[in-house]
Design a protein. Structure first.
Lengths: 510, 132
């Protein structure tokens, strides 16, 4: 009882007794989640405004006679003539570790029925990206656990790598696999108690997706035990466009908190095509001039200011990082669309997923020719760099020569060998969803490819052999894998242990 | 030029015609403006009238405020507020006092887009907000 009265007394003591001054306006028109407000002469750009019934909005268009505000809540209770007040605050969201394991909306309110968010810090959703001086180059790998990606298109902490492809080509799966892999690495690292271990926390931003898809993603993350390291920001298709527009910025603010506090974070924007569409809708309702494909003129800035906030900070600034995996959906494989080209030019590389490969059963359907990581092998551990160096070239040559494979009898021996190896690499890179492979096992498998351990195995049986090899490496080959994991190098002793383990495995195959 | 901006431009011109030398709305001039507008077709005059109304409201609010108190009219209090406000704004502000019992105690003052409030009801609602 006394604690309740104490709480109220404390609140009364903290209450300011000064007269308040607010700037007000009245709603003159209201349509499609956007209100035109007369008055509000002192409102700031991007300032939060308060409508009746605790509904919030943001002032986005400051015009001579009125203010265009997007409404971030239920609009059914609002009507023409209602009073709107300025709050003097820019839109902010809660940040911090208290958000891990939670599902929140675009303004950081919990939507998972797990009670209030345990956080007393908030960051504004719109922030200036780190400048040149506090940054440093990307050198530390961020393992996705996907062999095709980690070997050919390595991603580093602080990098922005676009995942692009048509619908149903496995874009979200790559992002979710990466998140699951971070959780696995985090758990393993925390178990060892290594003080230098740097966990990667993840933020998954779902924009304009079906609620059922978001629920499925949450279920996968919960089942794999990854949810403890993940924050989900959801602005589903049923949400108003203002929330869909804000969700990536809100998620980014949550990720930035980790970066600015010396930690590493990964953020997935799923997807920015829908984000651009939501922004186009808002802009058209606000009567902003439209340009190509009816997008407003600042649609490039919309994504560049978001993705520039991902960075690797130097030691003087805490050494934190925020890695971004934006997703873009293309139409009929056309990467030359307006939004895809914009985002390709902003990011540090892209993973292009092809429908044809996906339909052929090559999953992940990574197109070797169109995918690139501008950070390259700088984001690979030494051991992996040593074994994966030639794979991309070999696979690209294979894809080029594959067209000639029908004339097999007329081909020279070297071409035949290239086709043969390529077909085996394709099979080795096939990987089931939500099943990331640790980097040391990937290194061992890649070493096996380079040292011809798969050459005597029929192509149709490669997938089976790879599974058996992985299983073998997790058990009998553990010693060699552990050495790779700890040192990050392929030293002579390790190579010998690996060779002996693989020879033993090979014997079990015959 | 779109229909909307054309109507607004005309409304702004009509507003200038409706103001006296002190920049305040003159009732006689306003009546004349309305009379002239009535001669036009409704489809043409209505958007102009709407914009004219909004502009006029904003102009009047800039020199005429409303003081809401929970008590009955108190001319001395109104004059004190009016003088202080005129001094702060640098131009004469007329105040109209209105009774607003839900304030419980204190006052609420509206001038233009600004609302100054120091009432018991606002303090209670702030306390309510901080406790929820």
């Amino acid at each position: 009882m006394s604690s309740i009265t104490d709480l109220i007394r404390k609140e009364i003591e903290n209450l300011s007794t000064d007269a308040t001054r607010t700037n007000v306006g009245t709603i003159s028109t209201l349509a499609d989640g956007v209100a035109r407000v007369e008055g509000l002469s002192k409102v700031m750009y991007n300032e939060m405004v308060e409508f009746p019934n605790n509904v919030l909005g943001i002032a986005l268009n400051l015009e001579e006679d009125s203010v265009g505000c997007v409404i971030l809540g239920e609009t059914s209770a609002l009507k023409e003539g209602d009073e709107v007040r300025t709050t003097g605050k820019l839109l902010s969201v809660p940040v911090g570790k208290g958000l891990l394991g939670r599902v929140v909306d675009a303004v950081g309110r919990p939507i998972d029925e797990k009670g209030p968010i345990d956080s007393d810090i908030s960051f504004p959703v719109e922030r200036i990206a780190p400048g040149i001086i506090p940054r440093k180059s990307v050198t530390q790998p961020l393992q996705t656990g996907i062999m095709a990606v980690d070997s050919m298109i390595p991603i580093g902490r602080g990098q922005r790598e676009l995942i692009i492809g048509d619908r149903s080509t496995g874009k979200t799966t790559i992002a979710i696999d990466t998140i699951i892999n971070q959780a696995k690495i985090n758990k393993k690292g925390e178990e060892t108690g290594d003080p230098d271990f740097r966990p990667v926390y993840c933020v998954y931003v779902a924009i304009g997706q079906k609620n059922s898809n978001v629920a499925r993603t949450i279920k996968v993350l919960e089942e794999t035990g990854a949810m403890d390291y993940v924050i989900i920001v959801s602005a589903p298709a049923a949400d108003n466009p203002a929330n869909q527009y804000l969700a990536p910025y809100a998620g980014c603010a949550m990720g930035e908190w980790f970066m600015e506090n010396g930690m590493d974070a990964l953020i997935v924007y799923d997807d920015l095509s829908k984000h651009a569409v939501a922004y186009r809708q808002i802009s058209l309702i606000l009567k902003r001039p439209s340009g190509r494909e009816a997008y407003p003129g600042d649609v490039f800035y919309l994504h560049s200011r978001l993705l520039e906030r991902s960075a690797r900070l130097n030691e003087d600034n805490g050494n934190g990082s925020l890695t971004a995996l934006p997703i873009i959906e293309t139409q009929m494989g056309d990467v030359s669309g307006y939004i895809p080209t914009n985002v390709i030019s902003i990011t540090d590389g892209q993973i292009f997923l092809e429908t044809d490969l996906f339909n052929k059963g090559i999953r992940p359907a990574v197109s070797v020719g169109l995918s690139v990581s501008r950070v390259g092998s700088a984001a690979q551990i030494k051991a992996y760099k040593k074994v994966a160096g030639k794979v991309k070239l070999e696979l690209a040559q294979f894809r080029e020569l594959a067209a000639f494979s029908q004339f097999e009898s007329d081909l020279d021996a070297a071409t035949k060998a290239r086709l043969d190896r390529g077909a085996r690499i394709v099979e080795i890179f096939k990987q089931t969803a939500f099943n990331p492979v640790p980097v040391e096992v990937q290194t061992a498998v890649m070493w096996a490819i380079q040292n011809d351990f798969f050459d005597s195995i029929e192509v149709s049986k490669i997938a089976e052999a790879v599974d058996s090899l992985k299983e073998y490496l997790y058990t009998q080959g553990k010693e060699a894998c552990d050495e790779i994991h700890t040192s990050g190098k392929l030293e002579d002793g390790t190579v010998e242990k690996l060779r002996s383990a693989l020879e033993n495995w090979k014997r079990t195959q015959s | 030029m779109s229909k909307d901006s054309k109507a607004l431009k005309i409304a702004k011109g009509l507003l200038l015609l409706s103001l006296n030398e002190e920049g305040k709305a003159d009732q006689k001039r306003v009546e004349e403006v309305i009379l002239e507008l009535k001669k036009e077709a409704v489809s043409k005059s209505l958007p102009i009238l709407r914009d004219y109304f909004a502009l006029m409201k904003r102009t009047i609010n800039s020199y005429q405020g409303v003081l809401e108190t929970s008590t009955d009219e108190n001319k001395t209090l109104t004059k004190i507020f009016s003088d202080k406000l005129s001094e702060a704004k640098g131009s004469k502000i007329d105040l109209i006092q209105e009774k607003n019992e839900p304030l419980i105690a204190g006052f609420k003052l509206r001038v233009g887009d600004d609302v100054y409030e120091d009432s018991l009801s606002s303090r209670i609602s702030r306390l309510k907000k901080s406790l929820t």
